[in-house]
Design a protein around this ligand. Sequence first.
Ligand SMILES: Nc1ncnc2c1ncn2[C@@H]1O[C@H](COP(=O)(O)OP(=O)(O)OP(=O)(O)O)[C@@H](O)[C@H]1O
Length: 264
Amino acid sequence: MTPAIRFAGVGHAYAVRNAAPVQALAEVAFDVAPHEFVAVVGPSGCGKSTLLRMVAGLLSPSRGSVEVRGAAPATQQAAMALAFQKPTLPPWFDVLGNVLFPLKHRGLRIGQAERERAMSLLAMMGLADFAKRRPDELSGGMQQRVALCRALVTEPEILLLDEPFSALDALTRDELGFELLRLGAARPRTVILITHSVAEAVMLADRVLVRSPRPGRIAAEFIPDLPRPRGPEVTRLPAFQEAINDVRDTINRLGAHRLPGLAA
Ligand SMILES: Nc1ncnc2c1ncn2[C@@H]1O[C@H](COP(=O)(O)OP(=O)(O)OP(=O)(O)O)[C@@H](O)[C@H]1O
């Protein structure tokens, strides 16, 4: 079976003016199976965003290769959607306009079916009553929900999430994470989630990849032994805490805990 995503011997160095290149990634190799949910955790600066930009076809590796569905990532952009740490919603569109934006951007005609799809995503995220509001009339958590609806409106095969919940309070963060799982159960897709939160990674992912400090490599992988479908009750299972401890022990062994930006 062709993997959804394949990293083969990937390294990347950023050229820096008047200084030695920054080696962001080295020898990164892993596959993500179709419909697998993989979380990548690691300290700040270990190259997590670099890795995701390569999958999205926005950056080419200086060594090795990245493939999406067996092809060059840039040729697969229509099958992918990205959501970032900051929601970045254009203020001149209302909420519905923001969710529909990726379809317009692809030159697709927005008809009744598209509007209904966008509205049903908004309803699933508890935002049905806010479709006509402007983004700046919403809280940060609501804006992030809109950004997730926008990422999902194209029905992407592959969802790339770069710390999409990190600016939110802990409760909203968990709630959105489980919302994402519910949406995934309704329509399975491949997900890569980049996160600083070990708990979030364990709670949501089929597999957790731990990255070493820069230059980032995949130092370890964990398969949380948690049932699906998952809801808030999984956080009370002993296996949940055990999985978090296992991942954190590895991070501590790697020395990554001495770097900023990694939370339980
Ligand atoms: N355009 C660039 N030019 C030079 N160096 C860069 C560039 N982008 C990233 N880097 C460097 O590459 C390394 C990896 O960056 P990247 O943003 O991928 O890390 P990250 O793990 O996502 O970090 P964070 O968790 O803090 O967002 C960092 O040391 C960063 O300073």
